[in-house]
Design a protein around this ligand. Structure first.
Ligand code: NDP
Length: 274
């Protein structure tokens, strides 16, 4: 049959909405697909074994989520190929086979930018803070700068990781280096921003980040979705416009789906159908 097989690999993975989203894309594109959640133990060897078994078994495409995006990058850098965006990000959220080799791309950043623009949030000239320095944070820095933001601060619980990320991003991209981005610890971040993006994984636990009271923004975006998000409540109470990451999820998924199948998804038609 023409049934194409896809997975999303993560830990935890039960909360992932990717299977339902891709099924809806497939219906729209009139393709037959099977898309499963794939739990994986949290170590690189297990991740590589899962990926190899999947593609050896005829799998077409895999999404990669917490906490494997950097391991997926290492896998492709070592014995596969990488897109330009994945190279700068040092993180991969989309895997497929290309000329018999594993190919990694990163669609998170463009998915986020597409969602922010669809919300009408102003990015040109914006002062932006990203909270978190993991796989998700890495993926969005370059696309945000390409969308016209003019100032970027990365704040992370482990400040050394924020520093290392800024240094890597600047070394990988002259576009990022040119805006001279800054970093600090999560609890040090203060002042006024146009946009603050929560790219930490704290939303998975339902806890609130330790943020300063004098940290403010006009727009607050949490990459997490599908549950109550204390980060958004916090900034909404302070008067900010807020959004969860569901639109980003749909946006990055549509870009992955296009890569795998060649089919473009009409996201407007999809929202109306919800
Ligand atoms: P990683 O595991 O790579 O990174 C986790 C990050 O969260 C690190 O910066 C870590 O800080 C920080 N963190 C974790 N727990 C805490 C805590 N208790 N307090 C403060 N900081 C914490 O995850 P990803 O970057 O891949 O994903 C991050 C989040 O973004 C997830 O919730 C994921 O679901 C979401 N996401 C959503 C997408 C969407 O399409 N909507 C796309 C991609 C991701 P430290 O370095 O100190 O450990």
């Amino acid at each position: 049959s023409n049934l194409q097989h896809f997975i999303v690999i993560g830990n935890p993975i039960a909360h992932s909405k990717s299977p339902e989203i891709h099924q809806r894309f497939a219906e729209q594109a009139q393709l037959q697909i099977r898309y499963n959640r794939q739990y994986c133990p949290d170590d690189a060897a297990s991740f590589i074994a899962v990926v190899e078994a999947f593609f050896n078994g005829g799998g077409v495409g895999a999404n990669v989520t917490v906490p494997f995006k950097q391991v997926a990058y290492q896998l492709c850098a070592g014995r596969g190929q990488l897109s330009a965006h994945a190279k700068v990000a040092g993180a991969v959220n989309t895997l497929m086979l290309k000329e018999g080799q594993i190919y990694g791309d990163n669609t998170d950043g463009q998915g986020l930018v597409n969602h922010l623009l669809s919300l009408g949030w102003p990015l040109k000239g914006a002062k932006v803070a990203i909270l978190g320095a993991g796989g998700a944070s890495r993926g969005v820095a370059l696309p945000l700068i390409e969308a016209g933001i003019k100032q970027l601060t990365i704040a992370n619980r482990t400040v050394e990781k924020a520093q290392a990320l800024i240094e890597q991003l600047c070394a990988a991209s002259p576009v990022i280096d040119a805006i001279n981005p800054d970093y600090c610890g999560l609890e040090q971040l203060e002042g006024d921003f146009d946009l603050i993006i929560n790219a930490t994984s704290i939303g998975l636990s339902g806890e609130m980040l330790p943020l300063k009271e004098n940290l403010n923004c006009d727009y607050a975006y949490d990459m997490m979705y599908g549950r109550e998000l204390p980060f958004l409540t916090h900034f909404s109470d302070k008067g900010a416009e807020v959004s969860s990451g569901y639109g980003m999820l749909i946006g990055q998924a549509a870009l992955s789906f296009k890569l795998w199948t060649g089919a473009s998804v009409d996201l407007n038609a999809l929202t109306e159908a919800q």
